[in-house]
Design a protein around this ligand. Structure first.
Ligand SMILES: [Zn+2]
Length: 271
């Protein structure tokens, strides 16, 4: 982590997520060790009643653990209590009512499934062409943005996690119209586009989204960037932060977003 960068990892999971592999305190200890200024926890919250993990997330337990971590690390680290919402259009109302009664510092909107089918699996791809498989995904992301429920457009192009294996190499130029349309809609909201480095530590070799897609976001008038490692284990925390910060800066974004009780603050990436 370069000393001159303001480093805030805005996508971090713990045992409060069904697939987390660290405690909140473990992640905070690692954050201090690698010199993060700020850590934003974003546990998974799901709403599909048929999902076996649907009730895994425990809001009160999460807030209690965040409070304990703030007591231990609060003088050296800003700790945010965020949430990663799995968005599917058919339970949009449930998301809205949940967020109305459960306060968070910030909220990520993520598309992992469309109508209960995980993106780019055989089940999802059946009956779709490559073009339609991606276009349907971008259209679902646009629906999520239009809800106005979220602060962050999280891991855009996450479809590539399985899409590249299923359909071959991905070039954002092929979907430029879809992406520009999505970003024009996003630019009318306060939402930030996340540069998520999980594609790098998952072996995909590219960020979510692709650096060229970040360029399209800038071209469409996009104003805000968030950076997240999607760390589920302390080894992944802050992964390739400098690289993500460079992608932002190369495309004219000089600030990174953070949120406290849903209030946005933009901090210069470099001092
Ligand atoms: Zn996710």
């Amino acid at each position: 982590m370069s000393d001159s960068l303001y480093s805030v990892d805005n996508q971090v999971h713990s045992f409060c997520s069904h697939d987390g592999r660290a405690s909140i305190n473990d992640q905070c200890a690692r954050a201090v060790e690698i010199g993060l200024n700020e850590i934003g926890f974003t546990e998974h919250k799901d709403f599909d009643p048929f999902d076996p993990e649907v009730d895994y997330f425990d809001y009160d337990e999460y807030r209690a653990q965040i409070e304990r971590a703030r007591q231990l690390y609060g003088d050296v680290l800003d700790i945010r209590a965020g949430i990663e919402i799995d968005y599917q259009i058919w339970f949009e109302d449930k998301i809205a009512s949940y967020l109305a009664s459960h306060p968070f510092d910030f909220v990520l909107g993520s598309v992992h499934y469309i109508h209960r089918k995980m993106l780019m699996t055989d089940d999802y791809n059946r009956g779709r062409t490559r073009q339609i498989a991606y276009k349907d995904y971008f259209s679902a992301v646009k629906d999520s943005v239009k809800t106005g429920l979220f602060d962050v457009l999280a891991h855009l192009e996450y479809a590539n996690r399985r899409g590249i294996a299923a359909w071959g190499p991905y070039d954002p130029a092929e979907f430029e119209d879809d992406l520009l349309g999505l970003f024009e809609t996003t630019a009318q909201t306060p939402m930030a586009l996340e540069i998520n480095t999980a594609g790098l530590h998952q072996g995909l070799g590219i960020t979510y989204p692709h650096p060229h897609t970040v360029r399209l976001f800038a071209r469409a008038g996009g104003k805000r960037i968030s950076i997240g490692s999607d760390s589920h284990h302390p080894d992944q925390l802050g992964h390739a932060y400098d690289y993500a910060a460079n992608i932002a800066q190369d495309n004219g974004f000089s600030k990174v977003c953070t949120w406290h009780e849903r209030a946005l603050k933009e901090v210069p990436i470099s001092s």
